[in-house]
Design a protein around this ligand. Sequence first.
Ligand SMILES: [Zn+2]
Length: 304
Amino acid sequence: MSNSQLRLMLCALPVAVLAGPAFGQGQPDFSQVQIKVHQVAGNVHYLEGQGGNVGILVGDDGVLMIDDQFAPLSEKLTAAIKTLSQKPIRMLINTHVHGDHTGGNENFGKMGIDIVAHDNVRVRLARGVNGAAPAAAVALPIVTYGDTMKLHLNGETVTIGKLPPAHTDGDSYIHFANADVLHVGDVFRTVGYPGVDGNNGGTVKGTIDALQAIVDMAGPNTKIIPGHGVVVSRDEVAAFRTNTIEAQRRVTELIKQGMTVEQVVAANPTADLAAKFVTSGPPPDEAATQRFLTAFYNALKSEL
Ligand SMILES: [Zn+2]
């Protein structure tokens, strides 16, 4: 890669990536990323690459896509989708505002694909997320909703619904009624601690409530696609909720004792929960634990 190409690519990276992986981003060596296609149930699939899991519904009416990872991966994602369907991509839903889920919006928007998201996602993208520049107009959702909305295509009833303010204040779940599949964005992940982004409206209480809402929505056989990681059932989400409540209890206790965020990070009160939160992929390193405890502490402090 030439220097000018590298510069272009770096310019296209969300600030959060350049500043370090605050919420779910790995090392941005996009040239090495390969997109893996996983079938979930019926016509619902997900694509694994770098960034959030991309949900895909295929059928005669066209492709419905959920999240779009990073801008440099748009071509690879489009190629992977072509292996599932020759129909055009018709709509793109953003589960939430983070750059590892919305980074391709501008590219897909320029292709004329309608972007759909919760009202707050559009507001935050238009303002600029985590200090980044405001998103280009073409990258903004053209359809937004407040509570729930339904799409009817490919023989599916697709419900897009608002979850309590958990990971952010614009978290959506996407439910496929016939395939019995839920995509829940980063409210639940199998590769990390609970991710409460207080800077974008996320809360610990909302996380616990949202996880309960997911468990209540799911049936015993519902397949749940997390924002990052592998497909699970409601039992794994319920266990994650129980562990989140335990982490909330422990950190709240230390806050009430008057401990600073540095002291809580040093005490690492949730060390034994790490392996329970992270059920796929490598265990969290020290930096990930530090980021989690800092975000969790700050969110809880403002919720007390
Ligand atoms: Zn996220």
